[in-house]
Write a protein that binds this ligand. Structure first.
Ligand SMILES: Cc1cc2nc3c(=O)[nH]c(=O)nc-3n(C[C@H](O)[C@H](O)[C@H](O)COP(=O)(O)O)c2cc1C
Length: 239
């Protein structure tokens, strides 16, 4: 059974820290049988900010049809695993990532106003989300403000909070700092393989060990968190 992985590198700094973390995850996923990985850099496609017109509540699509959102949304709906990687900008996500999150409003209209399904019926409740982030500061709360928007993004993609995994690395600022981190790329590779094992089990209708424990991150089973690597959001919310 084929597994479709869809990933967004959202940083305007191409091949920087968050994209390096993403690449480590995707390379590990791609070595598994039957996995198709597609990665898009938001810096190379055009997702303009939402205009708040609410036309999608009637149209079931965005009124701005001349950017890349329409095919990006279709790919999000079709994917088995959706991955977003973003740097922390001023305690939030970068503008490119936030524009994509806001434009997911089309799916909110589809689900809650027009009462139409998002994910195909056979994949509902099975799909997984992965959120990766890097930050320059060492503050332990540096990722906290991103989490509600991240949950909103995956919620609108029909991926539940319990099905989102997190890998967030602080204290990596300069270009190349992530690659020098003692554990981050290895942690991303472990997470990537866990996600593929889990989604294959779900698509085959099996329970897996990971599922039984509840996926919240590659470090879930580690007795002590690794230095500068966060695998769980600090706070739960009800998005
Ligand atoms: C405009 C801007 C704002 C930033 N704001 C923060 C911040 O509030 N907190 C922080 O820890 N790092 C901040 N950083 C640093 C980045 O999060 C950090 O360098 C990250 O690893 C960059 O990832 P990238 O190479 O994928 O873009 C900021 C960087 C930029 C360019």
């Amino acid at each position: 059974m084929g597994v479709k992985v869809l990933a967004f590198a959202t940083s305007p700094r191409r091949h920087g820290n968050s994209e390096t973390l993403l690449d480590a995850l995707l390379e590990a996923m791609a070595t598994e049988d039957g996995v198709m990985v597609e990665k898009y850099a938001l810096d190379e496609i055009e997702i303009r900010p939402c205009r708040g017109c609410n036309a999608c509540e009637k149209l079931n699509h965005c009124i701005m049809e001349d950017d890349d959102l329409h095919w990006v949304l279709e790919k999000i709906i079709e994917a088995d695993i959706v991955v977003m990687a973003t740097p922390v900008y001023c305690m939030g996500m970068c503008a490119q990532a936030k524009a994509l999150v806001d434009r997911m409003q089309v799916l909110r209209s589809r689900k809650y106003i027009l009462h139409l399904p998002i994910a195909p019926a056979e994949r509902q409740g099975k799909r997984l989300g992965v959120f990766l982030s890097t930050a320059g500061q060492e503050l332990d709360y540096v990722f906290d403000a991103l989490i509600p928007s991240v949950k909103c993004f995956f919620h609108l993609a029909d991926i539940k909070n319990r099905d989102i995994s997190y890998l967030m690395v602080n204290n990596v600022d300069k270009r190349g700092a992530l690659a020098e981190h003692p554990t981050a790329t290895a942690d991303a590779a472990v997470l990537g393989k866990q996600m593929i094992t889990e989604i294959k089990a779900r698509l085959a209708g099996e329970e897996s060990d990971v599922q039984e424990e509840g996926i919240t991150g590659a470090g879930k089973n580690q007795e002590t968190p690794r230095e500068n690597v966060n695998t769980e959001p600090h706070k739960e919310d009800s998005v």
